[in-house]
Design a protein around this ligand. Structure first.
Ligand SMILES: Cc1cc2nc3c(=O)[nH]c(=O)nc-3n(C[C@H](O)[C@H](O)[C@H](O)COP(=O)(O)OP(=O)(O)OC[C@H]3O[C@@H](n4cnc5c(N)ncnc54)[C@H](O)[C@@H]3O)c2cc1C
Length: 402
């Protein structure tokens, strides 16, 4: 396989690199933007410098038309081909640049483009593209995650409004968001996939409250979202009543390779290896030989991950739709990130128990220990590993459903 860029791809890659070199705010160079949610956090930050970094980066991408790489041009997207999206993401990840626009760009925009009314398109798409409104997803509930269609949050029609009662959970970054999109049950008597509707709601609607859930790395990433007689206009429903399940599953032709995971894995290993060669790194890392072997194994896994990504992008470039192949890539990527984090803590022995980044005894400012704790969620988020294995077994290997 020859994965070298052709001349057009090389020119596009050079353009992306040039924008990064000239416009990526200093705050993000060196990798500070790579953590999920850094743009969302910074745009709401009370620290003027952080807020400005998020705004400047939004403007720089908007000038190129790159806020929404996979949206069609007629809706303000870049209309990039899957291969161009792949190159774009690869370069963004390599520089540690944060992605802009969050789930408004990745999920809600495409959903409105396909299922929205002209009024919904005119109202919401421009504000996603300008970074003015950040959207977050309210799908999961305490009793509905992998089996999402069993969700119970109830919406009852009352004239021109729905009245919503219930609870969502794991609503990532909702504390920074302006609006939420949610799946709610509008017909409790219909078969479970057919009684769901897709609603848009301003986060500040009376009766809607968001409470923090602090994860084990002491980070506020998720929230619980409660609805008590929340009134949402019927015109905020996307698609037909009771057809929300199908609306919620909409995907545009976006690149599904997980290339960001491969690039981030390599960056982490490069940082770890470089640190272990310093005097400080040597002093804090006993068992040099075992460490070397473990790190070599992780590099090999990263290489495998690059190849899974290349496989998917080559399918998409040929107009094929990845199916179980995307599950293979997601499964391998999330387990790889956990193994990298585990290796990154093991090499430091007892020093890895120090989680305080400011403690001078903490190797690499405790970044490995923190990512070890955070990596636990990677095999749960966006479809658990067991669910991915079910897909691979049934759709990929043709095994019967259990
Ligand atoms: C970091 C992170 C961010 C998230 N962000 C959001 C968000 O913004 N909005 C949102 O709505 N949700 C969000 N979620 C929720 C996420 O979608 C769910 O956690 C996920 O779908 C799993 O659902 P669950 O937690 O209810 O676990 P469950 O579905 O209850 O699963 C529990 C266990 O049972 C296993 N299991 C379940 N069904 C099967 C099966 N059929 N076969 C084999 N094993 C099975 C699972 O693999 C798992 O090990 C987020 C989760 C994480 C970790």
């Amino acid at each position: 396989m020859d994965w070298a860029d052709d001349s057009e791809q090389a020119a596009f890659r050079a353009r992306v690199r040039n924008v990064i070199t000239t416009s990526l705010p200093k705050r993000y160079s060196g990798g500070d933007g790579e953590e999920e949610g850094s743009w969302e956090r910074d745009r709401r930050s009370p620290v003027a410098e952080h807020k400005k970094a998020a705004e400047d980066w939004t403007k720089a991408l908007a000038q190129q038309g790159w806020i929404a790489p996979h949206w069609p041009k007629e809706y303000g997207g870049a209309g990039l081909s899957p291969m161009e999206q792949f190159i774009f993401k690869q370069e963004m990840a390599a520089s540690g640049a944060p992605s802009v626009g969050g789930q408004g760009v990745s999920q809600l925009g495409p959903t409105i483009i396909i299922h929205g009314t002209p009024e919904q398109k005119a109202e919401h798409l421009p504000k996603i593209l300008s970074g003015e409104v950040d959207w977050r997803q309210g799908y999961s509930e305490p009793g509905a995650g992998s089996d999402l269609a069993s969700l119970q949050t109830r919406a009852i029609r009352d004239g021109d409004e729905y009245v919503i009662n219930g609870q969502k959970i794991w609503t990532s970054l909702a504390h920074y968001a302006d609006w939420l999109y949610a799946l709610v049950r509008t017909d409790p008597d219909a078969p479970k996939h057919r009684g769901i509707s897709f609603l848009l709601m301003d986060k500040h609607t009376p009766g809607l409250s968001i409470r923090p859930l602090i994860d084990m790395s002491n980070r506020h990433h998720f929230n619980e979202t409660f609805f008590e007689d929340v009134r949402v206009p019927v015109r905020n429903r996307v698609g037909e009543e009771n057809r929300g399940w199908y609306v919620g599953m909409t995907l545009l032709d976006f690149e599904r390779s997980n290339i960001t995971g491969a690039v981030n894995g390599k960056r982490t290993l490069d940082r770890l290896s470089a640190y272990l060669k310093t005097n400080e790194g040597k002093a804090k890392s006993p068992g040099a030989k075992a460490n070397r072997l473990a790190i070599a194994d992780r590099y090999i896994e990263v290489d495998v991950m690059f190849n899974f990504s290349f496989r998917i992008i080559s399918m998409q470039t040929r107009g094929m739709v990845p199916n179980y192949e995307a599950s293979v890539s997601k499964l391998f990527n999330s387990e790889m990130s956990q193994k990298i984090a585990l290796t990154g803590t093991r090499v430091f022995g007892l020093y890895a128990n120090i989680y305080d980044a400011k403690d001078e005894r903490a190797p690499m400012e405790a970044s490995m220990s923190t990512s070890y704790l955070r990596s636990v969620s990677s095999t749960i988020a966006a479809g658990t590993s067991e669910i991915q294995r079910n897909i691979i077994a049934t759709r990929g290997l043709g095994l019967p459903r259990g």
